[in-house]
Design a binder for this molecule. Structure first.
Ligand SMILES: O=C(O)CCC(=O)C(=O)O
Length: 296
């Protein structure tokens, strides 16, 4: 650990978690949440009545974005939906993540779903990495009660403790990256006998998952079902952010993440601003312009 204010390892992944929790005087609910996240790699929490009302508002504000049946997911709906923006910026959520990780979180991406994603098992750290490692997490928000036939989110408890997920492309090329890492993860899960568990959340509940946790979407059994949900990806401040798929072991492809709500968060290394390659800067600018001017 560098200091209590900026640990080099997220507290939820630290062997000193219990000492930290007693020192930080976390409420019993928050302490239980942090322990679940440490043990399983995913923890579920209820953020109360007003969260359920915000979920209804988010559904009302985003439903028309799915008018075209081919639209399965909507990126960055926070730009048009005040409720999505409000959920991603909730002070209680940010306080919870700050306590669990020991650094200040910021949301850098939102994705809305109307139906189950049926996505193959993957770990977010295959796409989003940080230095120090592990300062990234996903937050899944149930915008309605999850029904068993609607393709619930699934996760593999304990999989976040397997060998670290991809930190660089290694031998994979950009074209083979997903296949390569998807297969390696599936083999790892089988070797360790880890089984999938469905996350049956009620409207307004959230699931927070660790960057290395294997998760995905199960098969949709009821073809008429909806499974409205919101995924928010968080990084933590004072880190270097990079994309493993474009990185070599000694050369991280640094990212310039856009903060949900506006602005960028400059990557930092050893407490100082890190250089952002011109390509990443250009990509961030183009992305911002496109998101402003284009339908989702
Ligand atoms: O909601 C789901 O079914 C999976 C979402 C997911 O895996 C992700 O956004 O990383």
């Amino acid at each position: 650990m560098t200091s209590a204010a900026a640990p080099a390892v997220p507290w939820v992944h630290s062997p000193d978690l219990e000492t930290y929790l007693s020192r930080s005087r976390a409420s019993p609910g928050v302490a239980a949440f942090a322990r679940d996240l440490a043990r399983d790699g995913l923890a579920i929490l209820d953020l109360g009545e007003d969260m359920a009302a915000l979920c209804d508002q988010a559904v009302a504000e985003t439903e028309s974005m799915f008018r075209d049946d081919k639209v399965g997911r909507v990126h960055e709906a926070w730009r048009r939906s005040p409720a999505v923006r409000a959920i991603a910026g909730r002070p209680d959520l940010k306080a919870l993540l700050a306590l669990a990780y020991g650094r200040a979180p910021f949301a850098f991406q939102t994705i809305n779903f109307r139906r189950g994603s049926q996505q193959d098992p993957h770990a977010d750290s295959m796409h989003f990495q940080s230095r120090p490692a592990g300062f990234m997490c996903g937050v899944w928000v149930a915008l309605e009660d999850v029904q068993p036939g609607a393709g619930p989110l699934i996760y593999y408890p304990g999989s976040h403790r397997l060998s670290p997920r991809a930190r660089s492309a290694g031998d994979a090329t950009i074209d083979t990256y997903h296949h390569h890492h998807g297969e390696a993860l599936a083999a790892d899960l089988e070797t360790h006998g880890l089984a999938a568990r469905p996350a049956m959340l009620r409207k307004g509940q959230i699931a927070v998952w660790a960057a290395d946790l294997a998760h995905g979407g199960s098969a949709i059994v009821d073809p008429d079902s909806t499974r409205r949900s919101l995924v928010i990806h968080f990084y933590f401040e004072d880190c270097l952010y990079y994309t493993p798929m474009h990185s070599k072991t000694d050369r991280p492809a640094t990212r310039l993440p856009a903060r949900v709500g506006g602005g960028w968060v400059w990557p930092r290394r050893d407490g100082r601003r890190a250089p952002v390659p011109i390509k990443a800067f250009g990509a961030a600018v183009i992305n911002r312009l496109l998101r402003r001017t284009r339908a989702f």
